[in-house]
Write a protein that binds this ligand. Structure first.
Ligand SMILES: Cc1cc2nc3c(=O)[nH]c(=O)nc-3n(C[C@H](O)[C@H](O)[C@H](O)COP(=O)(O)O)c2cc1C
Length: 206
């Protein structure tokens, strides 16, 4: 029995393409793995707070020295970290915003990259602690980023996501990108069809 963490981050609701695609992935996965437990979080419903100076101090305070205020400050982050570490597989749906990720998903990353919890430092070397899990990002983008397109090389979203999770020790990272969703009906349909077939393929092989 697997433990899947599914997180949506689009600020849009039913109109969101990334949510729709992630929902399709989860539905197809559940059909093949009915005993898996799915934990769901919607960053639209539970916004992630920005990091503050007090929060940073609490993060770098050894657990035995934490005051009750510090423990309280870290409570939500601890909840997110526990949930992330408990999952064998994560499905994150993330739209592209201004060539990178929406601020709520950046906020999520800032809350889960935690010293002593998801990474540690030994002899000046960083070691990720979130090993052995698989992470899938389903992204939606308004334009295209392929070779020869006007925005070739502008994609800061995939590297931002990949490096943040690699830093925490995740090595098995997949991307399904739906590109060009705001480029008219024809491009949009092609992009969604392609993403849907990649979803089906990955459900069978993940
Ligand atoms: C604030 C904002 C910024 C965006 N920036 C980009 C961008 O830099 N590149 C891009 O390809 N699309 C961009 N888009 C388009 C979205 O990525 C696209 O519409 C996507 O489908 C949104 O995801 P969703 O449908 O899950 O909400 C932007 C949309 C918004 C609202």
């Amino acid at each position: 029995m697997g433990n899947i963490l599914h997180i949506d981050s689009s600020p849009r609701g039913d109109r969101s393409n990334s949510r729709k695609l992630a929902k399709e992935f989860i539905a197809a996965w559940q059909e093949q793995h009915p005993d898996d437990v799915i934990s769901y979080r919607d960053l639209r419903q539970t916004p992630v707070p920005h990091v503050t100076e007090d929060w940073i101090v609490a993060c770098f305070t050894p657990p035995e020295a934490l005051t009750s205020e510090m423990t309280e400050l870290l409570k939500f982050s601890d909840e997110l970290v526990d949930e992330f570490l408990a999952a064998d597989r994560c499905v994150f749906s993330v739209p592209m915003y201004n060539f990178s990720i929406p601020s709520n998903f950046k906020g999520y990353i800032d809350q889960v990259i935690r010293v002593g919890r998801t990474f540690t430092e030994e002899d000046g070397q960083v070691k990720g602690l979130a090993n052995g899990k698989k992470v899938l990002f389903i992204t939606s983008r308004g334009v295209e980023y392929g070779a020869g397109s006007p925005y070739e090389g502008w994609d800061c979203q995939e590297p931002a996501l990949r490096y943040a999770f690699q830093f925490m020790g995740v090595t098995d990272i997949e991307f399904i990108h739906a590109n060009g969703l705001d480029m008219g009906d024809e491009v949009r349909k092609r992009a969604l069809d392609k993403a849907q077939s990649e979803i089906q393929e990955l459900v069978n092989s993940w």
